[in-house]
Design a protein around this ligand. Structure first.
Ligand code: NAP
Length: 288
């Protein structure tokens, strides 16, 4: 087995490196955007031809959800064309792909967690390009696995947990939306799920949902971050999305049904608060 991780300097890529090197050391090549730009078709083809890889884990993506409303071309070029480049060559060479997609492919008007087969209707440029990337991948390389996830955070990069910790130190109070519901996903848990999928005896292609267990609003998430971090000096106030306009529209309800993951891999998934505590402990120990 020889694995290629693309987009390796992002928050998921960096967590994957830690899990893979701890559990299966020395079999993975990690490439950042500088080393392999997935939008460069010739570079992708040449890299894959020379690499003798059995698997690609694609962590490369355009992820700036609000900026994407202005930068449609840049967003499509990574999330659709880049995925197409990987898919075309990987299928030709018999390389299996694990790709990551998002709960933002849904419009969030459901009243129960979304299954893999539910109707998609993205509300944003980001969600729409991620959906087109899914379709392109399954069309060109049908043996691929696509993991839909949401609300990713880790000690690395930019994410909600780090933003709340930072703002709680500089602001006197915070306003956080209480009418968008989802499940925070610790990137380290997603990385472990990916490793489970890649090293499982049964390779089950198609779309599969993964997030942590449980459900909350962004407001509940912010309150939990402060409680676990011991922050008492900066109250969090709940506000409605209409009071906090953003360039991109987000689904009001983005909870994913994980029955397929449970049934296929029988691996326990931690509750989001348990994993949040682990992540905050890591952030604190990195700061010391
Ligand atoms: N973050 C979330 O809340 C969330 C939620 C649901 C799904 N997801 C999905 O989960 C996956 C991982 O997300 P993440 O949070 O780890 O994202 P991230 O931290 O933004 O990392 C994405 C990485 O992709 C790289 N990249 C961008 N364009 C590239 C290109 N043309 N060629 C190669 N690499 C390129 C970026 O490099 P630079 O740093 O140089 O730009 C960055 O290192 C993505 O597919 C994302 O859509 C994320």
């Amino acid at each position: 087995m020889k694995i290629l991780v693309t987009g390796a300097n992002g928050q998921l890529g960096r967590e994957l490196r830690e899990v893979l090197e701890a559990e299966h050391p020395g079999i993975t090549t990690y490439v950042s955007r500088n080393e392999l730009d997935i939008t460069d078709r010739a570079a992708v083809e040449q890299y894959l031809e020379q690499g003798d890889f059995s698997h690609i884990i694609n962590c490369a993506a355009y992820t700036a959800v609000d900026r994407a409303e202005e930068e449609k071309l840049e967003c499509s070029s990574v999330n659709i064309d880049g995925v197409t480049n990987l898919a075309r060559k990987a299928d030709e060479l018999g390389i299996k792909i694990v790709h990551i997609s998002t709960d933002y492919v849904f419009d969030g008007h459901s009243y129960r967690p979304y299954t893999e087969g539910d109707k998609v209707n993205p509300l944003s440029v980001y969600g729409s390009t991620k959906r087109k990337g899914e379709t392109a991948l399954l069309g060109l390389a049908p043996d691929s696995v696509i993991i839909r996830t949401g609300w990713l955070y880790s000690p690395y990069g930019h994410n909600f947990v780090k933003t709340i910790l930072r703002l709680s130190r500089s602001e006197s109070s915070l306003r956080v939306v209480c009418d968008q519901i989802g499940t925070p996903t610790y990137a380290a848990d997603l990385a472990r799920a990916i490793v489970t999928i890649v090293f499982s005896r049964q390779w089950t292609s198609g779309i599969i949902n993964f997030s942590n267990e449980g459900v909350c609003s962004w407001y509940d998430f912010a309150v939990a971050i402060q409680r676990i971090a011991g922050i008492t000096t900066c109250p969090v106030r709940p506000v409605h999305s209409s009071d906090y306009p953003t360039a991109a529209q987000r689904p009001p309800y983005a909870v994913l049904d994980k029955s397929r993951f449970w049934a296929t891999y029988s691996t326990p998934i931690p509750h989001w608060e348990e994993s949040l505590a682990k992540c905050i402990a890591r952030i604190n120990s990195n700061e010391q």
